[in-house]
Design a binder for this molecule. Structure first.
Ligand code: SAH
Length: 252
């Protein structure tokens, strides 16, 4: 999958491209991140990328001409799916990330200052926001979007099971995990995880996912499609039953 990022700060993405899963995906040829400096497409001697706002008001706007020229250059061979970062855009979430992971070529335009000239919207497929707050530029948003999308590309995350158990992948939050030592500062790893009983371990994890989601994100639970077993667990948790009661009663 190919990303093009239009930005006035291409250096912002260097650490991202050279770190962890993303750098390995690039090395493996699964991902290419083409950061394009909008300034390289400016036409005047001073390489101007911004200008004052028509009608008055504070701040500057990114000018349309360099953005369109950069876009024309990229889209000449193949038209990419085009996103622009905007605080009022469609809220980015796991479902949005999954949709974007299906695209071959994605172009993200990063706003700066007060934003971009409205005419840039004529080349945009979707406006995207990463939340109800104001960043000083679209670069952190583009980075968040690319990171979430890249890990969904087949072959990028070595163990694809780890995607399956991520929070939100099935509409529920994830379950808690422990590593060695078994006892640390008096805190013990739950016995069930050391039992070797995989059916019981899976049930405990499912229990924790549902408990976690009910406590922290009840809104997700309302939308989640639960299996009959998950529904039984939810009812037990709501009644105040413990996992031990539940597994005892169900003779697991
Ligand atoms: N004047 C604008 C804010 C501009 S912030 C307003 O009133 O809404 C500068 C740029 O940062 C924006 O053009 C956008 O590209 C980016 N940006 C800011 N907040 C963002 C968010 N929550 N999600 C995505 N991009 C954001």
């Amino acid at each position: 999958m190919r990303f093009h990022v239009l930005t006035i700060f291409p250096e912002f993405f260097e650490g991202f491209k050279n770190t962890g899963i993303v750098s390995r995906a690039i090395e493996k040829g699964l991902v290419d991140i083409n950061t394009v400096n909008i300034r390289d497409y400016a036409t005047d001697r001073h390489r101007t990328v911004d200008d004052v706002v028509y009608g008055g008001g504070p701040g500057m706007l990114l000018k349309p001409e360099p953005i369109f020229r950069a876009y024309d250059d990229i889209a000449r061979d193949k038209k990419p799916y085009v996103l622009i970062t905007e605080p009022w855009g469609r809220r980015f979430d796991q479902k949005f990330a999954t949709e974007l992971a299906q695209k071959d070529e994605l172009l993200i335009i990063c706003g700066r200052y007060e934003g971009v000239d409205e005419r840039v919207k004529s080349i945009i497929d979707e406006e995207v926001s990463i939340g109800d707050f104001i960043l000083s530029g679209g670069e952190p948003a583009a980075l968040v979007i690319m990171d979430a999308v890249i890990r969904l590309i087949p072959g990028v995350v070595g163990d694809s099971d780890s995607l399956r158990v991520d929070s939100f992948s099935d509409g529920l939050l994830g379950y808690p995990n422990y590593t060695r030592p078994a006892v640390f500062r008096g805190m013990e790893v739950p016995q069930v995880l050391r039992s070797g009983n995989h059916r019981l371990i899976n049930l405990w994890r499912k229990w924790k996912q549902i408990e976690n989601t009910l406590k922290k994100r009840p809104d997700l639970l309302e939308k989640a499609r639960l299996s009959p077993e998950e529904e039984k667990i939810l009812q037990a948790i709501k009644k105040g039953e413990s996992f031990e009661d539940f597994t005892g009663n169900n003779r697991v």
